[in-house]
Design a protein around this ligand. Sequence first.
Ligand SMILES: NC(=O)c1ccc[n+]([C@@H]2O[C@H](COP(=O)([O-])OP(=O)(O)OC[C@H]3O[C@@H](n4cnc5c(N)ncnc54)[C@H](OP(=O)(O)O)[C@@H]3O)[C@@H](O)[C@H]2O)c1
Length: 370
Amino acid sequence: MKLKRVVGWTAIAIPTALFVGVFIAYWMSSNECNDPDTAAPRNPMKAIVYCDYGSPDVLKLEEIEKPTPADDEVLVRVRAAAVNPYDWHYIRGTPYLMRIETGLRKPKITRLGVDYAGTVEAVGRIVTQFKPGDHVFGGRTGAFAEYVTVREDRAVVRKPANLTFEQAATVGIAAITALQALRDKAKIQPGQKVLINGASGGVGTFAVQIAKSMGADVTGVCSTRNVEMVRSIGADQVIDYKKEDYADSGQRFDVILDNVGNRSLSDNRRVLNPDGKYLLIGGGGPNDHRWIGPLANVANAYLMSQFVSQDMGMFLASLNKEDLTVLSDLMQTGKVTPVIDRRYTLSEVPAAIRYLEEGHARGKVIITLE
Ligand SMILES: NC(=O)c1ccc[n+]([C@@H]2O[C@H](COP(=O)([O-])OP(=O)(O)OC[C@H]3O[C@@H](n4cnc5c(N)ncnc54)[C@H](OP(=O)(O)O)[C@@H]3O)[C@@H](O)[C@H]2O)c1
């Protein structure tokens, strides 16, 4: 009887404590926008800032303190930056699950953008690899700004001379994702048949070219208006999804790189060789699966992988200096050429994000600070 009562109370107390804990954490979640002591910047620079989650309307172009490089950092004057779906996930705080990390009620970090290219303006005391005047590119949170500071051992490398700042700025997230997924996860071999779903977008345009550079036989999936572009960057075959469904193509692929996630796992299995690999990169727009994003699909893929001969799962990329160097070489030798769709200015970042959110970018969308 006594034990029954204890169990009963526990069953009420634990969920209540959890609910109260989350509620308190939610309301305590804040950021520097709430700091009443924030003084006017003494050495100002323009940057995109957001204090609350929401649509791109929450973004503001503000004057904030220009950063000073620490001993091991370089100060880069940003000449161009690139927009990624990653950015709208951060602005909207979706899938909501990610807010455990990024701030429950308000974004912990109020700066936006990652991919940048620019000129080194100053270097810290112990920096040896860079000097003022060097042209560089890479990735750093807060890239939608006139300046960023980056540790010299992190995601910053020299820009090849044959690339413009705009081209170099496209590389960060999208090209690294394509490279690491195809090389490290799919481990593609010359002659293998690779299908890239969403071949005309940021990741896709790099994936087509990188897979070709590895000697694969590449099939790209895109809409009618992009067929010629995807062919022109090296795809051996192009499937126009407005006219044909790749899952019904009757072909078999060794690797499927899926940037769209619009077909079921069993549909993908149908066109995958028995020892093939299916890599889910992403997919979905700002209004899809707001709570958990693609996680349900990911869980299904891992579960399915246990019972089928094919390897199925999600791939998550990570920015690093070594792979930026690999990509720099691929671009220097002309094996990979970034595809640029539209250009916007720093004050137009909200419009750039709105455009990307429509889900039909053709290559990369650039923010230019020239
Ligand atoms: N896992 C990771 O580490 C990682 C890294 C980077 C990105 N991602 C995710 O990967 C996804 C793609 O990123 P992205 O930068 O390439 O996005 P993006 O530049 O916005 O690309 C969107 C592309 O998707 C194409 N598309 C839309 N509907 C399609 C359909 N039904 N079939 C085939 N293609 C279709 C569009 O082509 P059309 O105009 O021809 O329709 C457009 O070119 C996003 O969800 C992003 O969040 C994940």
